[in-house]
Write a protein that binds this ligand. Structure first.
Ligand SMILES: *[C@@H]1O[C@H](CO)[C@@H](O)[C@H](O)[C@H]1NC(C)=O
Ligand SMILES: *[C@@H]1O[C@H](CO)[C@@H](O)[C@H](O)[C@H]1NC(C)=O
Ligand SMILES: *[C@@H]1O[C@H](CO)[C@@H](O)[C@H](O)[C@H]1NC(C)=O
Ligand SMILES: *[C@@H]1O[C@H](CO)[C@@H](O)[C@H](O)[C@H]1NC(C)=O
Ligand SMILES: *[C@@H]1O[C@H](CO)[C@@H](O)[C@H](O)[C@H]1NC(C)=O
Ligand SMILES: *[C@@H]1O[C@H](CO)[C@@H](O)[C@H](O)[C@H]1NC(C)=O
Ligand SMILES: *[C@@H]1O[C@H](CO)[C@@H](O)[C@H](O)[C@H]1NC(C)=O
Ligand SMILES: *[C@@H]1O[C@H](CO)[C@@H](O)[C@H](O)[C@H]1NC(C)=O
Ligand SMILES: *[C@@H]1O[C@H](CO)[C@@H](O)[C@H](O)[C@H]1NC(C)=O
Ligand SMILES: *[C@@H]1O[C@H](CO)[C@@H](O)[C@H](O)[C@H]1NC(C)=O
Length: 841
């Protein structure tokens, strides 16, 4: 009793002692009296697995990140009203504590509406079916549930002492999300709702400030923040609020049938440097690790299972070079300026056309300058404090002492990685392991068991499945008289379907006839295919599907999906309209109901074991027992030769797969991306005409050493013999550094040091792999890019020797561009650089 009392005293004492005071003014957040310049990174806990969290957070920290930002995913937590779940990927407390243990801060974006390319924007689907509910407006049922969930999360964080005011890592929380775009659609109720949300949040008494992003009327003390590709021109609505950038998009998401977007590292760095140049104090990358939309968590229509986002950490958890490395160097350069940026005074100077300098000074005599060339085509040379500076177009130079440039956003001196997907089967072929051995089970094409209901005409897909499944069967029949002309002359009637989505597979008399898909918007699409009809009764079965529910937009909760009309053309009497026929409906496919993807469900049915699994067969379940791929690299499942469907490993949901080609022509993609000029999502796309996604991340922690069960449900037909695991492996490293590239410098131990400007190339192989050979090395005027460097007209023949001497058999090495290492009198007058490609093994 006494001991307990003493312990409690002790713990409440430590808690008081560790609690932080987070406040703010017009310049920055102030934590325990200290101004903070914060670099933040979005990592969404359910988009990876707990086994990956510590290393993702650590990789962010090594990248110079101070804060992890995450949304809270309401529909992953409140599975039915009052029924909460915080297990597995949804263990929010565990995630926040991992961030805390890494000594980092956290921004908790509760929402609980989040958009986020997440199914239904994060709001539980059941809430739509509570009578009278309208999302995101002054609506009692919505507000009541929103308030209760917000309170639940806040209380959970309080219980675990996770707010900074309690000694925890959470320094900011967010209510709602980008509501400013939509407020006016809801008339007066929009405004009332936004003000209510802010007040409700503040009343939660977390002891740390609240933010609302893209919310231009956020009331005090809530801080309005910016989401965009650029936020340097953003000004909070009150001068007493700091300039916070909650979403800087370093890439973009993909949709099935769309292209593969990339944002160049030079432009991301430019945007960040401009933001801090112009008085910003908190900047967050959305996403820093995008991860995976496992299971059916992807929003829609058509958001891919991969949420890689071209982020600084790739979907599989590997740092993405050069982006991760370039931003790490940027962060170091900005941090060198932190004190004078936050505590000094600034003036801006125009140094020439399109060249802006912002100079920060304080009483101690410290000085830091950011010089930007905002011209998107022309390089400039300017004079600043009696020194000459060359600035590439669309770049910012950072001078932490107003003299030495330690970083320029357009000069990428960090290494690049060569990343490969290693074919597991090839690796194992010497051991005799080839393709998986499949068990097979066919689904019925149409109603299985009893129909759920019969109705004249069509229903809304979402209202009917309530998103318990992607699938809704519609079946009807048509009687064909013996005298139909097409029966005699061999032509085929044509099935014509108009539908708002999101996709459908058509079957006639159990045979697959084709697939219709929309373009990823809510617009209607049209399906037209000749079909074989016979005399007598014919069954028409349509498997209509949703591919992710809408994630945002005014009244998005009321956007429906489903058939508009179904007709058949080519009868003696013309076109037959089946739209107002009697249709039988069945929600889901039978294998889902039987849970064929889980142990018990899988053993409840009789699979056919075969060494020749059927190819191109629609509505088929495949099951194989598989070993864990060797090694410790992340794993991808190659589904390129499959059609469309769902995949599971050991009952864990890998997600939707769909080998849909991007419906774009070569001209809609780029070969080389010009980083200069304003970025938009489609500026630097690749993979036109190619499948949007062919590899699906399967977390290594889901594997047992052997006896793993891989289950696939294929909707339209594919070739399961081509399914294989691939390991994502870094097989090489490249560097490409010019003599005029700034560097923070190195001391004799190879540690970073300020103001010793010798450019250098640094190569690091991942983990405990080493540089086993140098594939290419040239000091001079080499051309090309990593993987395909070529010698230029000028080349120091000793380049390879020098690089090999410094790097062979080492995990990492530094090669300085000095006259000791390379010929000083080589091609005078030209801009010289060192390009290296090394093999890691
Ligand atoms: C927290 O810090 C702010 C600004 O530094 C100060 O005004 C406020 O009084 C502090 N609050 C507490 C509870 O110490
Ligand atoms: C919200 O919580 C309050 C207090 O616990 C409760 O009275 C109310 O019924 C809850 N609202 C909903 C919609 O569950
Ligand atoms: C330059 O500084 C002045 C005075 O602080 C300010 O009014 C102006 O907006 C600044 N201009 C730019 C381009 O930042
Ligand atoms: C630049 O040079 C001029 C003339 O030589 C000198 O007066 C001035 O102080 C110098 N400025 C700085 C910032 O060094
Ligand atoms: C037209 O022909 C089809 C197929 O024989 C038949 O089912 C349908 O009832 C006919 N419609 C009319 C209006 O005669
Ligand atoms: C076959 O018969 C159908 C129905 O009478 C007609 O629409 C079609 O044009 C004919 N096709 C050929 C090739 O004669
Ligand atoms: C599909 O239905 C929409 C909505 O009724 C209509 O506007 C469109 O014209 C139809 N498309 C076709 C090809 O019939
Ligand atoms: C999708 O299709 C609709 C209707 O055909 C069209 O208006 C819209 O521009 C298309 N959108 C995209 C992104 O292709
Ligand atoms: C879905 O059902 C709701 C009522 O539960 C109705 O308000 C809504 O209009 C329906 N949506 C569609 C697209 O039919
Ligand atoms: C190049 O290498 C050769 C032999 O290794 C050496 O003799 C020569 O001095 C080197 N040249 C330079 C410029 O370092």
């Amino acid at each position: 009793m006494k001991l307990c009392f003493f312990l409690c005293l002790l713990c409440s004492f430590t808690f008081l002692a560790l609690g932080s005071n987070v406040s703010y003014d017009g310049r920055s957040l102030i934590i325990d009296g200290q101004r903070k310049l914060l670099l933040s990174a979005s990592i969404h806990y359910p988009r990876s697995v707990p086994a990956m969290w510590p290393s993702l957070v650590q990789t962010a920290k090594e990248g110079g990140i101070d804060v992890i930002e995450t949304y809270v995913f309401w529909n992953g937590h409140e599975l039915s009203p009052g029924n909460y779940y915080f297990g597995g990927r949804f263990d929010l407390v565990k995630f926040v504590k991992i961030v805390q243990q890494a000594g980092m801060y956290l921004i908790l974006r509760i929402g609980p509406f989040v958009a986020a390319e997440w199914n239904y924007g994060g709001v539980p689907v059941w809430l739509h079916y509570i009578p009278g509910t309208v999302f995101r407006t002054y609506n009692q049922p919505f507000m009541s549930h929103m308030q209760n969930f917000t309170t639940y999360i806040v209380n959970l964080m309080k219980q675990e002492k996770l707010f900074a005011s309690q000694g925890g890592p959470i320094i900011l929380s967010q209510i709602e999300n980008e509501y400013g775009y939509y407020e006016n659609f809801y008339k007066e109720d929009g405004k009332k709702y936004a003000m209510w949300a802010a007040k409700m949040a503040v009343a939660q008494n977390t002891g740390v400030p609240w933010i609302m992003c893209q919310q231009w009327d956020a009331p005090d003390p809530v801080i309005d923040t910016c989401n965009s590709f650029y936020c340097d021109q953003f000004k909070p609505t009150s001068p007493n609020r700091p300039k916070i950038w909650t979403e800087n998009w370093p890439g973009w998401f993909k949709t099935f049938g769309g292209r593969n977007p990339h944002r160049p590292a030079e432009d991301v760095a430019y945007a960040v440097a401009r933001f801090f140049q112009k008085g910003g104090s908190v900047q967050n990358y959305y996403m820093y690790h995008g991860g995976t939309n496992f299971g059916r968590t992807a929003g829609g229509p058509f958001i891919t299972t991969s949420y890689d986002y071209d982020a600084p950490i790739d979907e599989y958890g590997l740092p993405r070079f050069p982006k991760w490395g370039h931003l790490k160097e940027l962060h170091r350069a900005i941090k060198l300026c932190e004190r004078v940026l936050l505590n000094g005074k600034s003036v801006n100077i125009t140094l020439g056309p399109s060249v802006e300098a912002d100079v920060y000074t304080d009483e101690s005599g410290a000085c830091a300058a950011f010089i930007a060339n905002i011209d998107d085509k022309n390089d400039r040379t300017v004079e600043f404090r009696n020194m000459s500076y060359h600035l590439p177009a669309w770049s910012v130079s950072i001078l932490p002492d107003c003299k030495n440039v330690v970083f320029n956003t357009a000069k990428v001196s960090t290494q690049t990685h060569v990343v490969s997907m290693i074919d597991e089967n090839l690796q194992q072929s010497d051991k005799g392991a080839v393709a998986f051995k499949w068990d097979v089970l066919k689904e019925n094409a149409g109603i299985w068991g009893e129909a759920d209901f019969v109705k004249t005409g069509f229903v809304d897909l979402i209202n009917t499945t309530k998103d318990t499944t992607d699938y809704l069967w519609h079946t009807t029949s048509i009687y064909v008289g013996e005298h139909e002309g097409f029966l005699k002359n061999g032509s085929k009637p044509v099935l014509l379907i108009n539908s708002t989505g999101h996709a459908l597979h058509a079957f006639v008399n159990q045979e697959y006839q084709g697939t219709g898909t929309g373009n990823g918007t809510h617009s209607p699409f049209f399906f037209k295919n000749p079909i074989p009809l016979r005399a007598g009764k014919n069954e028409i079965a349509l498997l209509c599907l949703t591919v992710g529910l809408p994630t945002a937009g005014p009244f998005y909760d009321f956007v429906g999906a489903g058939l508009i009309s179904v007709k058949i053309k080519g009868f003696n009497n013309g076109t037959v309209d089946l739209s107002s026929s009697a249709w039988s409906y069945k929600i889901g496919v039978q294998g889902e109901q039987l849970k064929l993807y889980q142990g018990d469900g899988s053993s409840s049915v009789k699979w056919t074991t075969t060494s020749k699994p059927p190819k191109g067969q629609a509505l088929t379940w495949y099951k194989a027992v598989v070993d864990a791929p060797s090694g410790d690299e992340p794993i991808g499942l190659d589904m390129l030769h499959m059609g469309k469907g769902l995949a599971w490993l050991n009952g864990e949901e890998i997600g939707r797969y769909w080998s849909r080609n991007s419906e774009f022509e070569e001209k809609d993609c780029v070969q080389e991306c010009d980083y200069r000029g304003k970025f938009l999502p489609d500026k630097c796309d690749t993979d036109c005409g190619k499948p949007t996604q062919k590899w699906y991340h399967v977390p290594r922690s889901w594997f047992k050493p052997s006896g793993n069960i891989l289950v696939i449900f294929e909707e339209k037909g594919g070739d399961p013999t081509k399914i294989k695991f691939l390991r994502r492996k870094v097989t090489g490293a490249c560097a490409n550094v010019a003599e005029d590239y700034p560097s923070i410098g190195l001391d004799s131990q190879g540690e970073d040091k300020i103001n010793k400007n010798t450019p250098f190339a640094r190569l690091t192989c991942p983990g405990n792999t080493i540089i086993s050979s140098v594939k290419f090395a040239s000091f001079g005027t080499p051309t090309g890019k990593c993987g395909s460097y070529l010698l230029g007209s000028c080349h120091d023949p000793n380049s390879s020797t020098v690089v090999e001497k410094a790097c062979l058999n080492k995990n990492n090495c530094v090669v300085k561009l000095t006259k000791e290492n390379f010929k000083n009198n080589l091609c005078p007058g030209s801009s010289r650089k060192l390009a290296v490609e090394a093999i890691c093994s």
